[in-house]
Design a protein around this ligand. Structure first.
Ligand SMILES: O=C1O[C@H](COP(=O)(O)O)[C@@H](O)[C@H](O)[C@H]1O
Length: 205
């Protein structure tokens, strides 16, 4: 990951990375603090955010701040304004983020149900080419039910993605990816972006 960052910085003088939330990437974010890189060139975005007040410990940006962002001097942190609720938050977020500039790297997680970011199987993923960058999510099966998520269309405008997974509970979801199911946002995304998968489990996929 640092190699990807440093290559982007050498070539373009900036590194645009999208961070996922949840629990899985916390150890990675903590380890990154001691990485050798020019942090002043890092621009931070988030795959999704839970509609909770700013500073709530269940928010994805709170985790990333505690683990990494409060400890390194990055150029910019573009949080998603989920404290405004899904509809108003999406309107504000889309005034600040459009679909044009590619991300250098997207970090993704996977839920046991196969969701990534806050794109859950069976809901709208914003996969159409005219979909806005940020979409409201109202009925997330995983709490909290209200969220903001980068759309599939926005995530697809990325140079590469890393999918991180830990634990045996996610093995069925990972195995499902190999079946190219139409009902998987990760499979759809992988049709546009190279996705490298890193997983830790007691069995192989
Ligand atoms: O709710 C979310 O879930 C996924 C997976 O989280 P994890 O706790 O199982 O690692 C995460 O990627 C996403 O950002 C988050 O909002």
């Amino acid at each position: 990951m640092l190699e990807t960052a440093n290559t982007a910085i050498n070539q373009a003088q900036r590194f645009r990375i999208v961070l996922s939330g949840g629990t899985t990437p916390k150890a990675l974010y903590t380890a990154l603090r001691s990485g050798t890189t020019d942090w002043s060139k890092w621009e931070i975005y988030f795959t999704d955010e839970r509609c909770l007040p700013t500073g709530d410990s269940e928010r994805n940006d709170f985790m990333a701040q505690q683990a990494l962002l409060n400890h390194v001097p990055v150029a910019a942190v573009h949080t998603l304004p989920a404290e405004l609720g899904p509809e108003n938050g999406a309107i504000q977020a889309n005034q600040q983020l459009d679909n044009t500039t590619p991300f250098d790297l997207v970090l993704l997680g996977i839920g046991e149900d196969g969701h990534t970011a806050s794109l859950f199987p069976g809901i709208n993923w914003g996969k159409e080419q005219n979909s806005p960058a940020v979409i409201p999510v109202h009925n997330s099966p995983k709490p909290p039910p209200q969220r903001l998520s980068l759309s599939l269309n926005r995530l697809a405008n990325s140079h590469q993605a890393l999918l991180l997974s830990t634990g045996d509970a996610k093995l069925p979801a990972l195995r499902g990816l190999a079946k190219s199911e139409d009902n998987s946002p990760l499979v759809k995304l992988a049709q546009h972006v190279p996705v490298q998968v890193y997983y830790q489990a007691t069995q192989s996929v």
